[in-house]
Design a protein. Structure first.
Length: 295
């Protein structure tokens, strides 16, 4: 599976996307300093007609010919990603745990990061049906998807790659339902405000009951609202663990909205497979590895 949320610390100078200042897009790449030596990543805004659905295109290139394979770990996020890579194209639902990519050889490809809450318009069923799994491109976009994937493989520039996928998506016009808009706005609320730590706060913001919010998230976001909040908190925690050295874990748990340290550690281990201390140690070790030459 190729799915990466786009970590600003590994961006190539050609990056042309600018994060909205009100939106915390999770920084998911583990060990960004090492990642910079293994691949290049650029992000590009979509065609204006797609801005309601697509946050950005991300283009990934690596050349590891004659070098050992590289394993890149990525933290989970709420977005649906549609990827166009040799042997790894597909529609990838929101993830619940860390996933790893094994990079080998020489490859270029493109991914589309959809605004959480909007991809239901492209599916025949709820987004929760594709959580933690990938479905073939043709199942969602038809036979034209393979032609678009071939255009990405043959493209000589970032603009050609992004343009091919813009054309594919524009040729499959969809509309956001009022419920989808409400779901997307609810996720935006979580993204804007790190003080949102409970589903009850979302209910107050939306004017919906807890059950209605849960149904809306299952249908349009793909994960429960409690989990959506947790994903943002744990991505924030992972970033702080790397940048703050050996933090006060009890204090960090409180700042992230947890009632106690044990609850925070349990959640963190569930998502990453490691305790906060283990994660910080692993990430810092990766950052100290010698550069192997940026591709």
């Amino acid at each position: 599976m190729i799915q990466t949320p786009g970590e600003p610390d590994v961006l190539n100078e050609r990056d042309s996307y600018r994060d909205p200042v009100t939106h915390r897009i999770p920084r998911g790449i583990v060990g960004p300093a090492t990642a910079r030596t293994q691949f290049t990543l650029t992000r590009h805004p979509p065609a204006p007609a797609l801005a309601e659905f697509v946050e950005y295109h991300w283009i990934l290139r690596w050349d590891l010919r004659g070098k050992p394979p590289y394993e890149q770990r990525v933290l989970p996020n709420l977005a649906v990603h549609v990827t166009f890579f040799p042997g790894a194209s597909g529609v990838h639902g929101p993830a619940h745990t860390v996933f790893s990519h094994r990079l080998t050889g020489r490859v270029q490809g493109l991914g589309v990061r959809f605004r959480p809450g909007t991809f239901r318009a492209f599916l025949d069923g709820p987004v929760c049906d594709i959580a933690d799994r990938a479905v073939p491109l043709a199942d969602v976009f038809g036979a034209a998807a393979e032609q678009a994937a071939e255009s990405v493989r043959a493209a000589g520039s970032d603009a050609q790659m992004a343009g091919a996928i813009d054309n594919l998506l524009i040729a499959n016009p969809v509309r956001l339902s009022p419920a989808a808009r409400a779901a997307a706005e609810a996720v935006e609320s979580i993204a804007r405000d790190p003080g949102i730590t409970r589903v009850a706060q979302l209910c107050a913001d939306t004017g919906l009951t807890t059950r209605s919010v849960q149904r809306m998230f299952a249908e349009h976001v793909g994960v429960p609202p409690k989990w959506a909040i947790r994903i943002y908190r744990l991505n924030d925690a992972a970033q702080r663990l790397v940048t703050e050295g050996d933090p006060d874990y009890a204090g960090l748990a409180v700042r992230l909205g947890y009632s106690d340290q044990s609850h925070f550690i349990r959640d963190f281990r569930t998502v990453t497979g490691q305790s906060p201390a283990e994660y910080a140690r692993t990430a810092r070790t990766a950052e100290r590895q010698p550069d192997s030459g940026k591709t």
